[in-house]
Design a protein. Sequence first.
Length: 317
Amino acid sequence: MIASAVFLCLFALLCSMLRRKAWLSVILFFISLSNHAPPFKDSMNPFMWAMIALFKGNQVTVTTRFDAEGTLAVIEQERVDTVYLVPTMMQRIWNLPEPVKSRYDLASLRCIWHLAAPCPAWLKEAYIDWFGPEVIWELYGGTEGQGSTIITGTEWLDHKGSVGRPGEHCEMKIVGEDGGTLGPGEVGEVFLRPLAGQGSSYYYLGAEAKAIEGGWESLGDMGWMDEDGYLYLTDRLSDMILVGGANIYPAEVEAVIDEIEGVAESAVIGVPHADFGEGVVAVVAPHAGVTLDAQRIVAPLAETLAKFKQPKKVYVL
């Protein structure tokens, strides 16, 4: 309740400042409010960054709806230097025809932050090639405030697939089903805790926060850490599909499907199966004007994924 009250007060202040155009064009911060962006109401991070930018005399540009080409136009027109995106937005921008993407001057961009969902490796590499590794930054963490990781594009090239190492104010560990701490390379549930103790209090509506002895808390993500302490996420624990005792992470399969030419986006889910407990099903949305059939999806998957991870059924919308 307190967080909500603070949010409403700050939001009212922001709206007032925007109406009066109380900014200086020094550094431009871009936030998109839409069903496909990290909106103010879903995360304090973009709102907090916007407020900091305004208080430092910078310009904040807010759009009311995300549009892939429209975003590029706004960046060019307003000379945006920092963009706050989620991977769905990144992919829709990337899927624009090359002549459209090259039509806009994006040289003002100094920092592209992405967060809030897994980013397929191929998409991240595409953006690194497009803008340079020093421009691409990724943040992993939760509004709950237990901790976070950050990774630059340059680091990512040496640790492909990672979301970074724990920040200086927190620590992380990977926990197995038996409650024990797992070693490098072993997949388990990701637990975090602030070094200074719990920094915030929160509760979920309709669910219980998951905590274990020692002040460790989980956001519900699965992953593993390498020898250098970099975290790699596999999927949400609640999304994991169990097929005949084997764990399948939908995000891995979706990343392969989304790379297929003509695919706009996909969703991989588990459905009841008489023999294996669950079966893997993929639902695929093609780009507008593109016709896809299930076979065009299945064939590339057989070349990339282990047989037990391949969807047994593919539905094209």
